[in-house]
Structure formats: structure tokens, C-alpha cells
Design a protein around this ligand. Structure first.
Ligand SMILES: *Cc1c(COP(=O)(O)O)cnc(C)c1O
Length: 365
């Protein structure tokens, strides 16, 4: 047998792929007692009306799903008040975003986004062959929309706005976003990622669908993974002008949204009231948690999502994560930036508060 050095070289991945960071998913629970607060999942179990339909669907899984996801697209269109030809679905909204970037970007085109924001953005942009352009958040955690507008060049094809932003929870301001849109040239698609919009209750926050109706270069991205509690099924959608939505459907993996996901997502829209009751509970807990954390001395932005954000340096971050881990709580740390903790039921949130109550042991923020 030849030694390794004499083997012919194996096929290699593109250098851009070699350089990609691995997507770091939040660790999942190790035991039944572990509080899994690292991935912004819903802590509520799936709705019975949704799981019973999925059971019926099980007997049909030897058949391909509807390639066009027609029923689901109709249900989404009715839900948001657009026509079905303005809806594209995909395996999670990260899947839809991948479709958007491959439909819109050629190699060398630029994709602008705030940083820190959703960590899939730089990865998906690079995979599409585009150049990721990060624009730092302002000190108050808002998107720096002036700097983002100034970063737009002839090569910019996509600007990603995240509202409420992951991992800070801060939504886009309506007026500033309107001003931004009036300055962005029409060759740049502005994607407003509203993964957490169902948790939002703040007056003055952006209404992306309303902007979509007035600006032809706006596209809205939403998911069933968070408030609708279907993270494990992988389904999300974009609302976009018909020619772009058609382009997204063309760049989709065939049958990418499976039978279970199509059925469950449509049923979840029908159970909208139950979802609203659940998000109301999360919002009440959010108010309570933010007040308690501030009372203990933490600086916490006004989150409009199902998580809270503690901006801090690496030493404090490590101290927080290890104290939480000692209490069997998994949260999400970001190098140089801070810690994100998903909100859950009252009892679990109290466990978090108990760990963070002794503000003095964690160092400066
Ligand atoms: C969780 C999340 C998504 C959705 O991911 P899915 O692929 O739909 O599960 C999209 N954008 C942001 C900002 C998120 O935090």
C-alpha cells in the first residue's frame, strides 16, 4: 500500500468553503433537567391540532410532497395579505435566505448586514460566492443604517436587516428604516428578516410588510421555527415581488419542504390564536426578566424577541456561561460580544435569575 504522501490528491472544496466557520448551533439538552436556552426555540410542546395532522401525514410519506407547496403558500398568502405568487417557501428561513442569495448574487457581489447579527448571514453570503460586508451595530445596539446606506456600492445586491435583531433583541426603528429605504438604490434587495416578529409589541418598531407594499426592492423573511414552535421541521418563507418569488422557487432544492412541514406549517397558521396566547406569555416573562436583571445591576437592552442579551467581554462571558452550566442551563455565548439567553417558562427563567442575581461575581460588562 502506498504511503499517504504518494496517494493522488483527493478532490478539494473551494477555498471559500475551506475558510468558512462552522455554523455553531446551540448545544441541545443533555438531560431532562437541562434548560436548553441556547437556540431560541419555543419551550412549549407542539400543538395537538398540529401533531394529529402530522400523524395522518405519516401514512403518505412514501409519496413526494407537493413540489410547489401550493396549499401552504395559499395559507401564508391569506395570513399576511398578499397573493400566493408573492410567497416562496424553503427548509427554514435560512434555507429561503440561501435561495435568495443564490438567485440574486453572482461571484463578487456584496451582501451587507449588521454585526453582530444572525451568524448564518456571513456563511450563506460566502457560500453564494458573494462578499460579506459587516457594519457594526451602534452603541445602543441599533442597526447603523447610515453606515449601512453608505456601504452600498454598485456591487451590492443584498442588504440584510434583522428585526428584532438576533442576538440583541432590538428591533429596527420605523422612521430610520424608512429613511434608509429612501436612500438605497433599487438594484439592492433589502431583506428584512423577521424571525422573531411574533414576539414584538413595541410601538415604533418597523412593519416590514407595510414597507414591502411600498418598496419594490423589499423582501420579508419569516419562519415557523420560533413562535410557531416548528424548529425541528424546517420551514420558513419569503414574501417578495412575484418575479423574485418565482426566482426563489427556481433556486430551491426540489421538494425541499417536506410533507410533514407543509402540513404542520399550514395548520399552525390556523392555530394563530393559540400562538398569540403563547407569545403573550413570553412577552410577560420578558418584561419581568429584563426588570429583574436590571434590578440586579445588569445592562440589558429592551428585547422584542424571545431572548435577552447581555453584552460583555470574554472574561465575563465565560463566567456567565460557566455559572449557568453549573446550574444545568445552556445559554449561547458570542466571542467578543456577549451572552444570549432564551426565555422559557417562569420556573426556568427563575433558575437563570438565581444564577445571575449575584452580579458582583461576574466582572465588568
Ligand atoms: C432562528 C432564526 C432564523 C430562522 O431559522 P430557520 O432556518 O427558519 O430555523 C432566521 N433568522 C434569524 C435571525 C434567526 O434567529
Amino acid at each position: 500500500m502506498p504511503s499517504a504522501s504518494h496517494l493522488p490528491s483527493a478532490p478539494r472544496v473551494r477555498s471559500v468553503v475551506d475558510g468558512l466557520p462552522a455554523y455553531v448551533a446551540g448545544r441541545s439538552a443533555q438531560t431532562a433537567l437541562t434548560a436548553a436556552l441556547a437556540s431560541n426555540e419555543s419551550h412549549f410542546p407542539p400543538l395537538p391540532s398540529v401533531t394529529s395532522l402530522m400523524e395522518t401525514e405519516t401514512s403518505r410519506i412514501h409519496r413526494y410532497p407537493d413540489m410547489a407547496s401550493a396549499d401552504l403558500r395559499e395559507a401564508i398568502a391569506a395570513h399576511v395579505g398578499v397573493s400566493a405568487d408573492e410567497v416562496a417557501v424553503g427548509p427554514g428561513s435560512s434555507g429561503v435566505l440561501q435561495q435568495i442569495l443564490s438567485a440574486v448574487c453572482d461571484p463578487g457581489h456584496e451582501v451587507i448586514f449588521a454585526w453582530r447579527s444572525f451568524e448564518a448571514y456571513p456563511i450563506l453570503a460566502a457560500v453564494a460566492g458573494a462578499e460579506p460586508v459587516r457594519v457594526p451595530l451602534l452603541p445602543d445596539e441599533q442597526h447603523d443604517l447610515d453606515a449601512m446606506a453608505a456601504a452600498v456600492t454598485d456591487e451590492t445586491r443584498v442588504v440584510l436587516l434583522c428585526s428584532p435583531n438576533n442576538p440583541t433583541g432590538v428591533p429596527l426603528d420605523a422612521e430610520r428604516t424608512e429613511d434608509f429605504l429612501s436612500r438605497v438604490p433599487s438594484h439592492a434587495l433589502v431583506v428584512i428578516d423577521e424571525a422573531y416578529v411574533e414576539f414584538q409589541d413595541e410601538a415604533g418598531a418597523v412593519d416590514a410588510l407595510e414597507l414591502y407594499r411600498r418598496y419594490p426592492n423589499v423582501c420579508v423573511l419569516r419562519t415557523f421555527s420560533k413562535a410557531y414552535g416548528l424548529a425541528g421541521l424546517r420551514v420558513g418563507y419569503a414574501i417578495a415581488r412575484a418575479p423574485l418569488a418565482e426566482g426563489l422557487r427556481r433556486t430551491a432544492i426540489p421538494f425541499g419542504v417536506n410533507r410533514m412541514a407543509q402540513t404542520a406549517a399550514a395548520a399552525s397558521l390556523a392555530a394563530h390564536d393559540e400562538m398569540r396566547a403563547r407569545t403573550a406569555e413570553v412577552r410577560a416573562e420578558r418584561t419581568r426578566m429584563i426588570a429583574a436583571l436590571r434590578g440586579a445591576g445588569w445592562t440589558v437592552p429592551e428585547s422584542q424577541a424571545n431572548f435577552v442579551w447581555l453584552r460583555c467581554g470574554d472574561e465575563t462571558r465565560e463566567a456567565i456561561l460557566s455559572a449557568l452550566a453549573d446550574a444545568d442551563i445552556l445559554a449561547r455565548g458570542y466571542r467578543d460580544d456577549g451572552v444570549r439567553i432564551t426565555l422559557a417558562d417562569r420556573g426556568t427563567n427563575d433558575r437563570v435569575l438565581a444564577v445571575l442575581a449575584e452580579r458582583g461575581r461576574f466582572g465588568s460588562q
